[in-house]
Design a protein around this ligand. Structure first.
Ligand SMILES: [Zn+2]
Length: 319
């Protein structure tokens, strides 16, 4: 099975996104790129260079439903007519509404994000959300852990790898220990666990960092020799990246815990101290808050800080 990486431009700070073409029956794209004319043109051209048109695509598989990865899914599907879209059902419909969704608002306000800042985040998110068509329930087939995606020459196994998002999935080719894993493993960046309602109980936050660590361990158990990520070049030294991530997470845990004051700090307070520069830039501010929440929740689950609720806002306190 030949996996062909194609690089597609995005308007995001992260730069290009990688999508993967598997050119055998059924012709499959893993991720598609954002819904911009530039990305659509690049995808069309790069597929054409491989002898494929949108009309030939039979299956669109999404690692997760962030705009840079999934934006063009419906457009490609509509042109391909018979193509099906597969994505984990924790990524779609209501859950995909992210910041526009009431649950998100509640979670962020509870984390100490001021209402005005939340409104700015929402305005920004409304703009970002134009870079994809929403995937409604019933418009896709759900990806499930351990499911096999069959091809002429073999199959890819689905591994549910929550963390970056609750429904993030990776795809494993046993025969040559190859993984395609979206934003779960990236060569140059440690992926952000993005704040999200828990799909099982949307009143709660998804324990993104704890889940991410479990996902990394699952991928490690597969002993991959080649890992194709959502951005940047492929990883051939997974063990080294794994160790680097674990060290970076441990260091950040210590730093985050050191920023929690005796009298109590919100995740928003901690985010401001953790990434003072990112507060000049809207998207980075949201990512900074996500990172702080993920780390504080993890520290709480490890018994290193406690949460006290005061006036609907959560304050973390050192013990
Ligand atoms: Zn991405």
């Amino acid at each position: 099975m030949k996996i062909i990486p194609l690089t597609i431009p995005t308007p995001f700070y992260v730069g290009d996104v990688n999508v993967y073409l598997i050119k055998e029956d059924p012709v499959t794209l893993i991720d598609v790129g954002p819904k911009t004319p530039e990305a659509a043109r690049a995808l069309r051209d790069k597929l054409a260079a491989n002898g494929i048109s949108f009309g030939d695509i039979r299956r669109i598989v999404l690692t997760h439903a962030h705009e840079d990865h999934c934006g063009l899914a419906k457009q490609v599907r509509d042109e391909a007519k018979n193509a099906e879209i597969l994505v984990h059902n924790w990524e779609t419909g209501q859950l995909f509404g992210r910041l526009s969704h009431e649950h998100h608002k509640r979670l962020l306000l509870r984390s100490g994000v001021p209402a005005g800042v939340f409104d700015e985040m929402r305005t920004l998110y409304d703009k970002i959300s134009l870079l994809t068509d929403e995937l409604d329930d019933g418009e896709f087939l759900p990806l499930k852990d351990e499911m096999e995606l069959e091809f002429e020459s073999g199959s890819l196994s689905v591994i549910h790898t929550p963390g970056h998002t609750p429904g993030s999935c990776s795809f494993a080719r046993e025969a040559n220990r190859t993984l395609i894993c979206g934003d779960c493993v990236l060569k140059r960046i440690t992926p952000n666990p993005i704040v999200s309602p828990d799909p099982v109980d949307p009143e709660r936050r998804f324990p993104s960092l704890a889940e991410y660590l479990v996902s990394l361990a699952k991928l490690r158990a597969f002993k991959p020799t080649l890992v194709y990520g959502g951005h940047g070049e492929a990883v051939t030294d997974f063990e080294e990246i794994f160790n680097r991530y674990v060290r970076a997470i441990e260091d950040r845990q210590k730093r985050v815990i050191s920023l929690v004051s005796k009298s109590g700090s919100t995740a928003f307070d901690v985010a401001q101290q953790l990434f003072p520069k990112s507060f000049d830039h809207d998207v980075h501010r949201f990512l900074a808050v996500s990172e702080a929440i993920a780390h504080l929740d993890y520290a709480e689950s490890e018994g290193k800080v406690a949460i006290e609720i005061n006036g609907n806002v959560e304050f973390y306190k050192t013990l």
